[in-house]
Design a protein around this ligand. Structure first.
Ligand code: G3P
Length: 217
């Protein structure tokens, strides 16, 4: 399972990269706004900085919602760096644009996915990645991991190449559950990734080993 970090914060991206297990980065307009980035030029510069830190796929989201706009924006983003993946919303114009990008060899991440039906459409259009938002599904008392399980099963049944990228991950258990059901990728906040490190028995065990080591140091 690939690990992406879901942030536009350069320090957190560096920290995740320094762990040595990072495969890529996902961003969205909310995450970019959180970093105080303003204007198209600043957005472009920010994506370049992310690509300089991480040697892996970097999802850059379009904000247009019409076919021509999505294509124009997506082609400009894709031209920035070979690792840029154009993130396109799951809407009718988005599906048309994903098909267009797929024909041109431009990689895409279909975002804001909440159902298996949407997942089938995105795969048929040739999306590289599919981003079901599991935390937001949980927020409305459905089961986000069940959705990942369902989509993984459908894609395996038909041999769809689209990779299931579990997004809107809120905690370490989400990551483990996504691994159990066979998600290809998880994108998570750095806090959820580093929380996987923690176990009280590790801390207790290490403290004992270090105390015993002093006896023969
Ligand atoms: O990857 C999508 C993610 O950023 C959305 O997360 O927590 O806003 O639902 P959240």
């Amino acid at each position: 399972m690939k690990f992406f970090v879901d942030t536009a914060n350069l320090e957190q991206i560096k920290e995740a990269h320094n762990l040595g297990i990072l495969d890529g980065v996902t961003t969205n307009p909310s995450l970019m706004a959180k970093e105080g980035i303003k204007g198209q030029e600043a957005v472009i510069e920010h994506y370049k900085k992310i690509c300089d830190i991480v040697d892996g796929d970097v999802s850059a989201e379009v904000i247009s919602t019409d076919f021509e706009g999505i294509v124009k924006e997506g082609e400009a983003l894709a031209a920035l760096h070979p690792n840029i993946v154009v993130k396109v919303p799951m809407i009718k114009e988005g599906i048309k644009a994903i098909k267009h990008f797929s024909n041109k060899g431009i990689r895409t991440n279909c975002t804001l996915v909440f159902s298996a039906g949407q997942a089938i459409l995105a795969a048929k259009a040739g999306a590289t990645y599919l981003s079901p938002f599991i935390g937001r599904v949980d927020d409305i008392s459905w089961d986000g991991v069940d959705l990942i399980d369902q989509i993984v099963h459908i894609y395996a049944t038909y041999g769809f190449k689209t990779e299931v990228l579990a997004a809107s991950i809120r905690n370490p258990l989400h990551i483990i559950k996504c691994a159990e059901v066979g998600a290809d990728v998880v994108t998570a906040p750095l806090s959820a990734i580093t929380a996987l490190l923690k176990h009280p028995l590790t801390d207790i065990g290490l403290a004992k080993f270090l105390a015993d080591a002093k006896k023969f140091a």
